[in-house]
Design a protein around this ligand. Structure first.
Ligand code: HEM
Length: 143
């Protein structure tokens, strides 16, 4: 009688092939941990800044900075139209590069060139085509 060779795979999934985060970079999770007056980090143009010490000096006040703490503040920063002088202050506060995905997509790129699909997965044009086909079938069978 042949013995069935049952291969039991070890369930220790400790080593995933996750990409290693380079030193000197900061992820969204790390950024989010520093969203208080005690430690305030901010993402501007894909770079992470520690602006904790700058809060009291900010001509625009500390409130606006706290509101943008621990997140991508690029849009808010640019909307104000900061001067070159303001931009020259940034390197002093630079921590490092941003690493990973920013989950702050607010704008949707919509291409209206026929490639659109409905939320259920099939192309939008299927709907009118199906309606016309149904109409024609109804006409043919009634004639
Ligand atoms: C580390 C990042 C930032 C630096 C170094 C900085 C620096 C400055 C400086 C130097 C000014 C004086 C005006 C100028 O020179 O442009 C200013 C004004 C101002 N900033 Fe910032 N800022 C930073 C981030 C932000 C963010 C994220 C906001 C969010 C809304 C903001 C809002 C403002 C406002 C409302 C003013 C006042 C503008 C005015 O009254 O004319 N700042 N900032």
């Amino acid at each position: 009688m042949a013995e069935a060779s049952s291969s039991t795979s070890p369930s220790a999934a400790a080593q995933d092939d996750k990409p290693v985060q380079p030193a000197g970079t900061y992820s969204l999770e790390q950024l989010k941990e520093h969203n208080t007056r005690e430690s305030l980090w901010m993402l501007l143009h894909d770079k992470v800044y520690d602006i904790t010490a700058f809060m009291d000096e900010h001509p625009g006040g500390d409130e606006v900075l706290v509101e943008e703490a621990g997140r991508d503040a690029t849009e808010a920063f640019e909307d104000v139209g900061h001067s070159d002088e303001a931009r020259e202050m940034l390197p002093k506060m630079l921590l490092g590069d941003f690493y990973g995905e920013k989950k702050t997509k607010t704008k949707k790129a919509v291409s209206s060139t026929g490639g659109s699909t409905s939320s259920s997965g099939f192309p939008i044009w299927v709907v009118p085509v199906a309606l016309v086909a149904a109409f024609l079938a109804w006409r043919v069978f009634l004639a």
